[in-house]
Design a protein around this ligand. Structure first.
Ligand SMILES: [Zn+2]
Ligand SMILES: [Zn+2]
Length: 148
């Protein structure tokens, strides 16, 4: 994500805080900055590892809670969770994922063909679809090299 896009997202976050009467703390902004800087679909723990370098007083719980609240307000999204931990995604545009079954890497892919995938009728499940991601599962280049 480029600097301009990051700054725009942080501005959006501040606006949401103002609209919802939430406090935009220095710690929360550091957490948002960290997740925007990572293009690996990080887990909360991975975000924590980055944030702790500049904010040694931050707690793991603060990071977990902040990421959940960012996801609720649409500042980031929750991606799939191929491993055991939730993965957060700073990319909120419609896009899809290549998922490595070996190392749990999640790689963004944009494809207008996939974007037009028809959404099935889910009313029988009383389920309202808001969004979708196609997961293409397989083995990433790095793992394929290692396997050889
Ligand atoms: Zn892999
Ligand atoms: Zn993604």
């Amino acid at each position: 994500m480029d600097e301009a896009a990051k700054n725009k997202r942080i501005a959006t976050y501040r606006q949401i805080c103002r609209d919802q009467g939430l406090r935009s703390t220095v710690q929360k902004r550091a957490i948002l900055q960290a997740v925007l800087n990572l293009d690996t679909h990080p887990t909360a723990d991975q975000v924590y590892e980055v944030v702790i370098r500049t904010n040694p007083d931050i707690s793991r719980t603060t990071v977990y809670r902040a990421l959940e609240s960012f996801a609720r307000s649409g500042i980031i999204t929750k991606a799939c969770h191929p491993g055991s931990a939730t993965r957060y995604d700073p990319n909120i545009e419609i896009h899809h994922h290549l998922i490595c079954l070996q190392c749990d890497a999640v790689i963004d892919i944009s494809d207008t063909g996939l974007d037009r995938t028809p959404i099935p009728d889910t009313s029988a499940f009383e389920f309202e679809v808001q969004d979708f991601r196609v997961q293409l599962r397989g083995i990433c280049g790095r793992c394929r090299n290692k396997n050889q």
